[in-house]
Design a protein around this ligand. Sequence first.
Ligand code: ADP
Ligand code: CP
Length: 316
Amino acid sequence: MDKLAVIAIGGNSLIKDNEHQFIEDQYMAVCETVRHVVDLIELGINVVITHGNGPQVGFIMRRSEIAEEVEHMHPVPLVSCDADTQGAIGYQIQQAMQNEFNKRGLGNKAVTLVTQVEVEPDDPAFLMPSKPIGTFYTEAQIERIISQHPDWHMVKDAGRGYRRVVPSPMPKKIIEREAIETLIHAGFSVVAVGGGGIPVTRDAEGKLVGVNAVIDKDYASSLLATQLGADYFIISTAVDQVYIDYNKPTQKALSVLTLDEVEALKLDNQFAPGSMLPKINAVTDFIKAGGKKAIITSPACLSDAVKGLAGTTIIA
Ligand SMILES: Nc1ncnc2c1ncn2[C@@H]1O[C@H](COP(=O)(O)OP(=O)(O)O)[C@@H](O)[C@H]1O
Ligand SMILES: NC(=O)OP(=O)(O)O
């Protein structure tokens, strides 16, 4: 039987820079990423693709807020924006996968599954917004932004500017897990848990209810990889490897890390909260839960990383 990889594609890695934020630009980035994912499939590894939505969910929410301010249109709740991103990004990945399969004469099929992820209603994260979404604001813009939006929570994001943050509760249960497994066993390459999943809780009668938050897709993907017993959990992002002294003249790439080495580097604050730290926590959670191999790398390095020739690999 084929090996299985859960590959988490970063929302930021699908948006190259501030000048290339059109939907067509994102589709080109999706197509490029998908080419590398299909290379993996040709190596005999079936995939479940998860994806982020940090920039995209922020753009949709901001559009809704501006439409409300200007045209008094109805606001779109954040949870609906999450669902919108699952559809829109999932559509692009699914289409790009199918086109790539057809181009290479493979008989494979891709499908996207709308996925809800249960969170605890009393997760302390609801009171401490931490998930960066939407636009990056520069030092020159930030004073105006704060005075125009005093209710926004803002953070500095990994040396790339300032960003708005929203609550990000921990994922506890993937509601559609059984459907994902069924689709894998039927031979589909599945796109699921987009944007970390649509956050839901249970009401007093046990009914599912959406909540306004953005789940970290690295944590949700780690949970999925563990529950599926995946052979590889791979985080595909904008950097080829994880670095110590990131963005400093002393920067050094890390190739293989044990859990103990990761813990020591965390204590040394080597991983930025809101960007690399959740990825590091997500891969260590997967290994601690019995996973064999976790990898952090860029789309272009995916195949080499699985062969141990690129990326940063985390092992027990
Ligand atoms: N120690 C580190 N090594 C590598 N990248 C780091 C490190 N610390 C912070 N980063 C930043 O984290 C980014 C990945 O996080 P993010 O952009 O949130 O990912 P995503 O692709 O999931 O949207 C990298 O592109 C890099 O800018
Ligand atoms: N939801 C989420 O974690 O998105 P990013 O990976 O884009 O930050």
